[in-house]
Design a protein around this ligand. Structure first.
Ligand SMILES: *[C@@H]1O[C@H](CO)[C@@H](O)[C@H](O)[C@H]1NC(C)=O
Length: 324
């Protein structure tokens, strides 16, 4: 590096949750179980939705896509944490840290976009039920999903270019359980780098976040207003149950991301940052399949059908073995 007298940092220490060696095996087990349950739960949703023709509607397509995002999400943060709890080695190379942050950025953005698309889908279904089939169907849904991914990947790529132009100036101890440079650490930019691009990215981020937030808020106000107008209690409950879980997920997600990125400007205690990072990157992917899908009647039916087919298949298999 040109003309710098400090030795550059090439390795970080990810502090994680607890340094007490006695607690390490316990935490290792806990996170391993969380990881397995989160992956299995989300995988179950994909496995149920993809082959079942009854579930081939935009709502379930979006759910399955969200589950795919959640699987990737936990897989960028947790395996490393689990590995470091198993070996006790908490160091990570700066390069790997950047890679982790890159994937985290893509998935965080994709999750936001998909949650917004789901909001829009529910908004059309509840506020414009008659026009719903025309406005939201497989042909409209596929470009929306593709748009979410293309935008997330290209936007995060732009961010990453900016980050790679700057150098990491410490601290060497990174007080989180994964590499989130947006709330920890200091990126300094001694070298000339396109400041215009940087500003563009920030402004874009603010516009998009505020825009998405207002959009979500507006759709939910419409949804709740329409639900209140439904005369029968049963109809109200039914409409509300499809949205309440989504509302919970969105609210938890917004609160945690807000806390991480807005409050981090005021230097809150690190533990707060960790708790909310944990909420949005681990707990939501873990709970999503349960609060979102498995409460759903159509998913239940699909699950029952799949289990029956499976049992049937095994019985036939056993029967044919007995005959031979
Ligand atoms: C994601 O959405 C697309 C477009 O609607 C759909 O074709 C695809 O099956 C979904 N992906 C998953 C994993 O369900």
């Amino acid at each position: 590096m040109e003309g710098r007298n400090q030795t550059p940092i090439v390795e970080l220490i990810l502090v994680g949750f607890e340094n007490d060696p006695e607690l390490q095996p316990l935490l290792f087990l806990l996170f391993l179980v969380i990881y397995i349950v989160a992956v299995a739960g989300n995988l179950l949703i994909i496995v149920l939705v993809v082959p079942d023709r009854h579930l081939h509607t935009p709502m379930y397509y979006l759910m399955a896509n969200l589950s795919a995002v959640e699987i990737c999400y936990v897989s960028t943060t947790l395996p490393r944490l689990i590995g470091s709890l198993a070996t006790g080695d908490r160091t990570i190379s700066l390069q790997n840290c950047f890679v982790q942050f890159y994937f985290y950025g893509i998935l965080c953005s994709a999750e936001f976009m998909l949650l917004t698309a789901m909001c829009y889908d529910r908004y059309l279904a509840i506020c414009h039920p008659l026009r719903y089939p025309a406005l939201m169907n497989g042909r409209v849904c596929a470009p929306i999903v593709a748009g979410c991914w293309v935008f997330s990947i290209s936007y995060t790529f732009m961010l990453q270019i900016i980050i790679l132009q700057s150098t990491y100036c410490g601290p060497k101890e990174f007080n989180n359980f994964f590499c989130d440079f947006s709330s920890n650490g200091l990126l300094c930019s001694k070298r000339k780098f396109p400041i215009v691009l940087q500003w563009l990215t920030y402004i874009l981020a603010i516009i998009i976040t505020v825009g998405i937030f207002l959009f979500t808020l507006a759709t939910y106000i419409c949804i709740i207003a329409s639900i209140l107008r439904i005369p029968s209690t049963i109809g109200k409950q039914k409409a509300f149950s499809t949205c309440s879980s989504h509302l919970i997920v969105v609210a938890v997600y917004y609160v945690s991301v807000f806390t991480i990125y807005v409050l981090s400007q005021f230097r809150p205690p690190a533990i707060l940052n960790k708790i909310f990072s944990f909420l949005s990157t681990v707990l939501i992917p873990l709970l999503n399949p349960f609060i979102y899908c498995l409460r759903n009647k159509e998913v239940h039916q699909s699950l029952r059908k799949s289990l029956l087919t499976l049992v049937d298949f095994r019985l036939r298999h056993v029967n044919s073995k007995i005959k031979n």
